[in-house]
Design a protein around this ligand. Structure first.
Ligand code: ADP
Ligand code: MG
Length: 218
């Protein structure tokens, strides 16, 4: 089983949006997908609850006695995480996954929070990149704004502790498509292609990375 963690301790950065869209994408591709909502706020769980049986199936992992009960046949587990994950909880989440996607919003507060979080992440013992592959995604970007350019510049120059580049995958625009999809338990990949053409194009680099061995530790 392959596990993809969606994590950024900052609330509202787009974790649940990414987790649900990634889950739907892999389910449409024919993988047996389980979505684990580890956030008591339950956004991914709510999304699954309104999702119709007619859509490609996504299993639900439930927390029982502090540990996740994951359906045995799962190919890909997507973990949606709460805000404020640090210290031991952070280490525990990291130890459970091979891949981590970190969404960052184009705002000065979010960029500073990302800086602090990455400092903590990179100070953890053990070489992160040998155990888990991490990539960033700029989210809710409004093009042609100064802050979007700042975020792009910041994410693009990030380095891992070993000096290699921290992969910055893509910029996802702010779009009502994400809101409309979420309301109905859908992803942008389940809305009409004519309406979501641009968003799908923005997802391409992230999906290519997730489908390649580059997002898996050796
Ligand atoms: N690219 C986007 N365009 C428009 N709205 C977005 C986008 N990404 C997230 N949102 C909205 O922003 C809010 C916070 O996103 P969410 O995924 O719940 O963040 P988190 O799980 O990190 O708290 C939600 O209302 C969500 O629908
Ligand atoms: Mg959430």
């Amino acid at each position: 089983m392959r596990t993809i963690l969606v994590l950024n301790p900052k609330g509202g950065s787009g974790k649940s949006t990414l987790a649900t869209n990634i889950a739907s994408y892999f389910s449409i591709s024919g993988k047996k997908v389980t979505l684990a909502d580890c956030d008591p706020q339950g956004s991914s769980q709510d999304w699954l609850n309104v999702r119709s049986d007619k859509q490609s199936p996504i299993n639900n992992a439930v927390l029982a006695k502090g540990s996740l009960q994951i359906p045995q046949e799962t190919d890909i587990l997507i973990m949606d995480t709460p805000a404020g994950v640090t210290d031991k909880r952070l280490s525990k989440f990291l130890s459970q996954a091979q891949t981590m996607v970190m969404p960052v919003i184009a705002s000065p507060i979010d960029i500073r929070a990302a800086e602090r979080f990455l400092d903590e992440l990179f100070s953890l013992k053990g070489s992160i990149n040998n155990k888990i592959k991490i990539a960033t995604v700029a989210n809710r970007v409004r093009e042609d704004t100064l802050i979007a350019a700042k975020l792009e510049y910041y994410l693009d120059k990030l380095k891992l502790p070993d000096g290699k580049r921290l992969p910055f995958m893509t910029m996802l625009r702010q779009s009502q498509n994400y809101i409309h999809a979420a309301e109905r338990g859908l992803s942008i990949f389940e809305l009409p292609p004519s309406k979501t053409y641009y968003d799908r194009e923005q997802w391409e680099p992230l999906l290519r990375w997730l489908n390649s061995s580059k997002s898996l530790p050796k």
